[in-house]
Design a protein around this ligand. Structure first.
Ligand SMILES: [Zn+2]
Length: 160
């Protein structure tokens, strides 16, 4: 079991956070943004950044080559739809995508929108960890959390 800190300050203990989220056992802040046959989309519950989306498989798998043909098609379709919605709702010019197989969660892709304020932490991939920590440590106020949730509702409306 792992102890996970949620952005609302609460902690939960789960075997696999991705399973808990995609099955609906845990409802993340802002709820489900998009659900397809094989994937589930929600805010990263640990970091209060507007439109920071996680696209997670419903199946408990770790590696890209474990996806079925049908899941692959569903994945890339969902990914590009979310990207289009981020462009329209968030107005961001760039999104960073992260996916690593040696995770304690299961198969999921982070879609991190790039905002102007992030450039004070540098460019490119090395700035991402400081950006996430800044968000978790200094942006976790009610006003920002509400803004994050409002954006999620707008994204969900755009995507559904
Ligand atoms: Zn899992």
């Amino acid at each position: 079991m792992r102890r996970i800190a949620l952005s609302n300050g609460e902690t939960v203990e789960v075997e696999c956070l991705s399973c808990a989220l995609t099955s609906g056992m845990i409802v993340p802040d802002g709820g489900t943004v998009l659900e397809t046959e094989h994937f589930h989309t929600h805010q990263d519950v640990a970091y209060p950044i507007k439109g920071l989306i996680i696209l997670a498989s419903k199946r408990h798998i770790k590696c890209f080559d474990e996806l079925t043909e049908e899941e692959k098609l569903d994945y890339i379709t969902a990914l590009s739809k979310i990207r289009a919605a981020q462009r329209k709702i968030l107005g961001v010019e760039a999104v960073y995508y992260f996916y690593n197989e040696d995770t304690t969660h299961h198969f999921h892709t982070w879609m991190v929108p790039r905002y102007e304020w992030m450039y004070e932490f540098g460019r490119s991939v090395e700035s991402v960890r400081p950006v996430l920590l800044h968000a978790r440590n200094y942006m976790n106020d009610e006003k920002n959390r509400n803004a994050v949730i409002k954006v999620l509702r707008d994204l969900a409306e755009e995507l559904n």
